[in-house]
Design a protein around this ligand. Structure first.
Ligand SMILES: [Zn+2]
Ligand SMILES: [Zn+2]
Length: 148
């Protein structure tokens, strides 16, 4: 999925766990990475990999993470966990940038980017609906957390 969908899921995971112990932080990181692989398995659409689309995607991700921080702060959320889990969840895609624009990495290494993983794609319409749903569920879930 695109960065904003991964960031939304990660932010929600951070907000839901609100880790304090080392163990809880480790669990948060593992779940954030796991959410990335899981969402790459849900059929989605990719924009053409050019700086303009990438910039729009990153701006959307920042807005979503900011909203989740705002929403969960109502009931002493954990800003730090929201931000870090969002960065980890979306961060796995940084390797695409390295593969595409640098010589540091010859090919992707993350689980759901490797050949053989059922990384599923859909056309523009349905491929965006699934990603939009991830954002909506993450925002709604965060709202729910802040009320209960
Ligand atoms: Zn994909
Ligand atoms: Zn990915």
């Amino acid at each position: 999925m695109i960065i904003s969908a991964h960031a939304a899921a990660g932010a929600f995971i951070g907000a839901a766990i609100k880790p304090e112990s080392k163990k809880a932080w480790a669990g948060t990181i593992v779940l954030a990475l796991g959410s990335h692989a899981l969402l790459d398995f849900v059929p989605h659409w990719h924009y053409p990999f050019i700086p303009l689309w990438l910039a729009l995607d990153i701006i959307a991700a920042l807005v979503i993470v900011f909203l989740i921080i705002k929403i969960t702060r109502v009931k002493n959320g954990s800003d730090k966990a929201v931000v870090i889990a969002a960065l980890v969840a979306a961060g796995a895609d940084i390797e695409y940038v390295l593969v595409e624009f640098s010589l540091l990495l010859p090919e992707p290494v993350f689980l759901s980017h490797r050949p053989g993983f059922p990384h599923l794609h859909a056309g523009f319409f349905w491929g965006n609906i699934t990603q939009f749903m991830v954002v909506v569920i993450s925002l709604a879930g965060s709202y729910y957390l802040s009320r209960n």
